[in-house]
Design a protein around this ligand. Sequence first.
Ligand code: NAD
Ligand code: GLY
Length: 371
Amino acid sequence: MPATRIEVNIPGEQRYDVRVGAAVLDDLGPRCKQVPALAGCPQMLVITDSNVAPLYLARAKASLADAGYRVADIVVGAGEASKDIEVLAEIWEAMAALGLARDCAVVALGGGVVGDLAGFAASTFMRGIAVAQVPTTLLAMVDSSVGGKTGINLAAGKNLVGTFCQPSYVCASTEVLSTLPEREWRCGCAEVAKSAVICSDDFFFWLLENASALAMRSEEVAAEAVARSVVFKADVVAQDKTESCGVRECLNYGHTLAHAIEKMAGYGTYSHGAAVAEGMRFAAQMARALLGTSSELVSAQAELLDELGLPRLGWTADAQEVLAVMKRDKKARRGQVRFVLPRDVGAWELVDVPDADILSCLRSWMAQGDS
Ligand code: NAD
Ligand code: GLY
């Protein structure tokens, strides 16, 4: 299967390519040589994590070195805890100790954690050096490696400090997904489903038809799902690079309830993807109640999520408490909770939902989850 090239063209930014395909990792060095911001780098710094390093670091470094780059690496601990100011400070110090200059670049080899952390380090070191994203999770391929959000967490909340900094190149080498744990696979599937519902009939019905193959980890279907998701995300980001005109927020479909579930159940109790799937089901039901969205959409989406191995969680909580947590979320505006609600497949609205409606939808949702 040949690799797919998707051009990301965001107003005011350098264009960049996302390459999706099996073994494009082995082509990383030569491809970087074709990117103006990376071609002349005297030194590349690969940042990865402790799970990915033994699997793919040597391949990435070999490809870069064979293309003529001097290459160094930093390995951080795997997991969300590395999106942290102390880890970031260690990276900055290591970058300085290596003598990285403005014309050097970072290669972020890993999942969304490495992508966000390394992207943030690159965007702030010497006021910004170039970064290439080499996503190794399905979630990172379909979402976090494209669009330029970077960041770290604070004790006060996730992703509270960050930048918008577009990568110069994205290399999505789908064969690396073969080593991904099942839980992480399903997290990526949830983000693909999110994009499909929000994007179009074409994406949604293609995914519905191919959902069981994606759940079974067909490489061909995964590559197509990544490519379709990237095309969709690139289009959204091109319209609203900094999430300031109400378009990019569509990528938060399902995330309003998901963030509350993750916080209330304790981070890690449910995977992010499982919580997003629950949030999508809830939002679709809320859309049915408030916008008259068809029951066909609600049930087709439920079928899709079931096929992808993302069943209902059976999670329940006090509706008033859930509402209070939602109001403290960083996405809430002046205490008003915002939902992305599907009017139809490919047609969504950003709605400030009144508290009374949220409570009534939550109560009916919890009652169904209990049964
Ligand atoms: P992750 O980076 O923690 O990766 C999940 C796990 O899989 C880790 O243990 C990792 O070591 C391991 N792993 C990665 N690739 C592997 C491979 N090929 N084989 C075996 N193991 C592998 O998690 P994630 O789900 O990729 O990303 C979540 C992060 O992404 C969160 O911090 C979230 O805030 C962020 N995010 C950012 C954006 C954005 O636009 N910047 C969008 C969505 C999510
Ligand atoms: N993952 C949401 C965004 O990139 O805006």
